[in-house]
Every structure is written in C-alpha cells, then in structure tokens.
Design a protein around this ligand. Structure first.
Ligand SMILES: NC(=O)c1ccc[n+]([C@@H]2O[C@H](COP(=O)([O-])OP(=O)(O)OC[C@H]3O[C@@H](n4cnc5c(N)ncnc54)[C@H](O)[C@@H]3O)[C@@H](O)[C@H]2O)c1
Length: 430
C-alpha cells in the first residue's frame, strides 16, 4: 500500500518508519528543507531508540521517501496520516492551525479515493472540520473519507509501542475507510476499537488525562505522606497490589512534563469549558503537578538552609528517560528556581544536553555524572535514567563536597543511600 504521513516529529517519523518496515511505500511530507535533506541521508531530527536504524533500512530499500511537496506524496496515496503538532494556545485550547493547513494542502493534491486520517491529538469536531476543508479544496467530485486514529506511542519506546500497541483506535463513518485501515494494521497486534470519529477523538484526551490524574494522585499522596511520616512508596505498593487498581502510573516525582500530558490536560479542561462543564478534577490534576515541583524545590531549600553560593549537581534534564525531549521538562523550572535563590548548578544528562542548553542558561553542563558531582554540596536527581540506577554511589559520595541526595524520582532505596553516608530526601519518604 502507498501511504503518506504529514509531519516528521515523534508520531510522524515513527509511524512512517514502522509502516515502511511492514512493506508499505511511505512518503513523509515536511516543511523545513534542511530537515528533509538530513532525513534523506538518514540523519534523525531527535533521539528515539532504534529509529535511525529502521529509517536507514527503509531508505535503502526505497520504501521510505521524504519530500517538501504534497504533490509528490498525495496523489498516489491510499491513506494519508496527519501527524503535525497541536500545541497549547494561551487559552489552553489546542492550536489546530497546522492540522488545517495540512488538510488544505492535501485537498489541492488529491486524485483518487483516499482516507485522510488524523493521528495528531485533536478535540472533537476537528476531523469534521478537516473533511470540510478537504471537500472545499477538491470541489464537488470529492472522493475521500476521513478517519480519526489517535496515537498512543510513548517517547523512549515509540517503535515497540507502535508495533505492539495495547489498542488501535479507528474512528470512522465509512465501511470502506474502516476496511482499509484494518488492512493496513493487520500485522500489528493489539485490540481494535472501531468507533465513531467523535469517540475516537475523545479516547486520546481521556487516556492522557487519566494517566496524568494517576500521577497527580501519587504526588498528592506524597505530600501527605511527607507530613505524617509515612513512606509513599510502601503506601502505593500496598494500594497497587489491589487487582482493581494496580501500580501503573502511581509513581510520585517532580511532576509530569513532555509535549503531551500538560497540553492534553489543559485542552480537555478547555474543551469541557466550551461545552458547559467545569472539569474541576482536571484543574486540580494540573495544580498538583505544579505543586510537586514547587514542593521539591522547597524541600531542597529547607534542608540546605542557606542555598546562596551552594553548588548543586543535577542528574537528568529530559522530561523522562530515553529521550532528548525537553518540552515542559520539570528540570527547566526546578533549575530556574534554584538559580534564582543563588545556587550554582552543574548538570548532566545522558543525551538531552544539546536540547537543554537551548532552554536552560547559566548552568555548567557536564559530560559525565561524575564531573557534575565534583565538589557539589548536593546531588539532585530529576530523571530516572537507568544509568543513574546502576552508578556506584559510594564513589559519587567521595567526589562530592557535601552529602545530600535529593531523589526527585524515588529511584533509590533510602536505607541503602543513608548507609553510604548520604542525607537522603525523596518524594514522600525520607
Ligand atoms: N510525542 C508523543 O509522545 C505523542 C504521542 C501521541 C500523540 N502525540 C500527538 O501527535 C501530534 C504530533 O506530536 P509529535 O510529538 O510528533 O510533534 P512534534 O512536534 O515532534 O512534530 C510535529 C511535526 O509536524 C510538522 N509540521 C507542522 N506543521 C506542518 C505542516 N504544515 N506540514 C508539514 N509538517 C508540519 C513539524 O515540522 C514536525 O515535524 C500532537 O498532536 C501530539 O499531541 C504525540
């Protein structure tokens, strides 16, 4: 099958890589000449495990093609995936301008029957608007269907998530589109949810909002555990053993970040408001997320007492492990708050330093975790990279001037850390 993908971000490029690996011919349409030139040579615009190899393999096989021109990619495609960004506007609503621009460009180049699918996360009603735009663009002889196939991949494991999803959601109102999409996904496992376009659009927001809610619940529990002297990890483990609940996403920390959870929570609050519902629960989820970062900074300040002039080592800058994505990373605000109080920051991240240096200034970026802790008064862990789990912390302690360890992801066993001579402060446990 020939398919086209608009946008080569995490969703677009990973989808294109996987669909081409499954034997399809895939065109990827971008808008930045330098990026497209690099992609043609197999140079990735971001880090994602396994992606470069898959892209290169399919480039060499001639199945994966990159272009700036919709006229190359659209006329021969049976299915077109819109995978462009939908960032937050000031109001919290999703900015759909890139989706609608893509729809307009698609309409000018459609020739044969095609299914125009939105994979980007979009509010209910967006696909209907895409249909309107495409119809206007191609005139009366419109020969297309629309579909909503929201994407659920996670950065850091995006390829395996795309190949082994829990579910594939297909929102359609035409049998022909449904069959074509089921056929395209036939070699991919996972439950099929074939539904209306409106329900498909909403499933994505509901999923991300519930995952965010679980994280904020875990964080709120950590606040109260700190206050009463309980260990939040023991508490949530005890909770998670209940088969009705499970432990998944009940992990306290410095709050969720990235390009999806904060944006999608805000968008669902905005969608609800527009439709007459005041989604107080989600407003609290967002508030608790901010509070998690603020309380962590307070904990550092209270523990160290005088922070001015102190050297603080920060491990982990990306919003989560296995990615170099710095969008809405908690490290940005936490480092800014510590710097504003006069701390000197030495930071290390396994792969996000290049992107971090565009968002964080006035810190010393180090090329190893050891360099970052040299002469530091305290070590602060903000991202749970495996590399930090396995590190020899007794060696780390010897390199440091002080002995404080602030564990923003509850990565370490407090007792083991204390036995090494550290003063340990985690999230909701000491
Ligand atoms: N990143 C994730 O983990 C993830 C997971 C599931 C869903 N999503 C959703 O998928 C969508 C895309 O997310 P992403 O992370 O891939 O975004 P991204 O910012 O990584 O990439 C967006 C891409 O769209 C391109 N683009 C924008 N306008 C364009 C246009 N007019 N023509 C061609 N290309 C254009 C950009 O150049 C970029 O390559 C968003 O709605 C997001 O919420 C993201």
């Amino acid at each position: 099958m020939t398919i086209s993908v608009i946008g080569h971000g995490y969703v677009g490029l990973v989808s294109a890589a996987v669909f081409s690996d499954l034997g399809n011919t895939v065109w990827v349409v971008g808008r930045t000449p330098e990026k497209i030139e690099k992609l043609k040579k197999g140079v990735m615009p971001f880090y994602e495990p396994g992606l470069e190899e898959t892209v290169k393999r399919n480039l060499s096989a001639g199945r994966l093609k990159f272009t700036l021109n919709y006229s190359d990619a659209i006329p021969g495609a049976s299915i077109i995936f819109i995978c462009v960004g939908t960032p937050s506007k000031e109001t919290g609503e999703a900015d759909l301008s890139a989706v609608y621009l893509a729809a307009k460009e698609i309409s000018k180049n459609l020739k044969n029957y095609t299914v125009v699918v939105t994979k980007s996360t979009v509010p209910v009603g967006t696909n209907r608007q895409v249909a309107k735009i495409v119809k206007e663009g191609i005139g009366k002889k419109a020969n297309f269907d629309i579909a909503s196939c929201p994407e659920f991949l996670r950065e850091g494991s995006a390829l395996s998530d795309t190949l082994n999803p829990d579910r594939i959601v297909i929102g359609v109102d035409s049998k022909r589109a449904e069959e074509l999409l089921l056929d395209l996904h036939k070699s991919i496992n996972g439950a099929r949810v074939v539904t209306t376009i409106e329900s498909a659009e909403m499933i994505k927001y509901a999923s991300n909002s519930l995952l965010s809610t679980k994280i904020s619940f875990a964080n709120a529990m950590s606040f109260i555990c700190d206050a009463v002297g309980a260990d939040v990890e023991v508490v949530l483990n005890g909770v998670g053993l209940d088969r009705r609940l499970g432990r998944s996403f009940l992990y306290p920390g410095v709050g969720f970040g990235g390009s999806c959870f904060p944006k999608d929570v805000k968008a669902l609050i905005a969608i609800s408001k527009k439709n007459g519902y005041n989604f107080e629960l989600l407003k609290s989820v967002y508030k608790v997320n901010r509070e998690a970062r603020e309380r962590f900074v307070d904990k550092i300040v209270k523990t160290l007492k005088k922070i001015k002039g102190k050297t603080l080592a920060v491990w982990g800058l990306s919003f989560k492990p296995n990615t170099d994505d710095m969008r809405e990373a908690p490290s940005i605000e936490i480092i800014a708050a510590l710097k504003s109080k006069g701390a000197k920051i030495k930071a290390f991240d396994p792969i996000a330093i290049e992107n971090a240096s565009k968002k964080i200034s006035g810190v010393v970026f180090c090329d190893s975790p050891m360099k970052a802790v040299e002469d530091a008064d305290a070590l602060i862990v903000l991202t749970e990279w495996n590399e930090f789990k396995q590190i020899d912390l007794s060696k780390i302690k010897r390199l440091m001037k002080g002995n404080y360890l602030f564990d923003g992801r509850n990565m370490y066993d407090p007792q083991k850390i204390k036995n090494l001579g550290f003063i340990y402060k985690g999230i909701g446990r000491e």
